[in-house]
Design a protein around this ligand. Structure first.
Ligand SMILES: O=P(O)(O)OC[C@H]1O[C@H](OP(=O)(O)OP(=O)(O)O)[C@H](O)[C@@H]1O
Ligand SMILES: Nc1ncnc2[nH]cnc12
Length: 175
């Protein structure tokens, strides 16, 4: 069964008008989880990557096994006040609210080739902030990689306009 058909849609969550794309139905399926990680990791098999960065929280579920499969380290980009050492942070707007993400100041070395991973791109605000943090530290974004793209919300176009490569395993377009 394709990855997309294992993702459930919950209308009007967490707010009226939002079609929430729920990956828990993909994750609970051993074949769904395995295929997702293999497909992403396979894409970067012969690409130079120093570290995989994942965005809290759903980006951790996808990013950490991809890093493991590629034999690379994993860097968590976390919500405000969750990281214990010195951090750099950025505020950003969400499809349904606003938030702040942070990264440890010693997580990235200048010139590091970083694969940025999250489960989903909607407005692209979260990924733009995460990519910005990585670039502020001298890291280079190899690609921004997602399980799900919502093209009608415009995040991919926003990241591409900033010069980032974007890849997603599937798209939900007004369904
Ligand atoms: O492209 P954007 O409009 O920025 O939205 C995408 C982000 O929103 C969701 O995370 P959320 O902030 O809901 O946190 P969670 O992963 O902890 O549920 C999703 O996992 C992405 O990180
Ligand atoms: N429509 C959506 N479904 C799941 N996660 C999201 N994050 C932002 N928009 C979302």
């Amino acid at each position: 069964m394709p990855i997309k058909s294992r993702i459930r849609t919950i209308p009007n969550y967490p707010r009226h008008g939002i079609m929430f794309r729920d990956i828990t139905t993909l994750l609970k399926d051993p074949c769904g989880l395995y295929t997702t990680i293999q497909e992403i990791a396979g894409r970067y098999d012969s690409v130079t990557i120093d570290k995989v960065a994942g965005i809290e929280s759903r980006g951790f579920i996808i990013g950490a096994p991809v890093a493991y499969q590629l034999g690379k380290g994993f860097v968590p980009i976390r919500k405000q006040n969750k990281l214990p050492a010195e951090t750099l942070g950025k505020d950003y707007q969400l499809e349904y609210g606003s938030d702040r993400i942070e990264i440890h100041r010693d997580a990235i070395q200048p010139g590091d080739q970083i694969l940025l991973i999250d489960d989903l791109i909607a407005t692209g605000g979260t990924a733009e902030a995460a990519a910005g943090l990585i670039e502020d530290m001298g890291g280079e974004i190899v690609e921004c990689c997602f399980v799900i793209d919502l093209p009608d919300v415009g995040g991919r176009a926003r990241l591409e306009k900033l010069g980032h490569r974007v890849f997603a395993l599937c798209e939900f377009d007004g369904e």
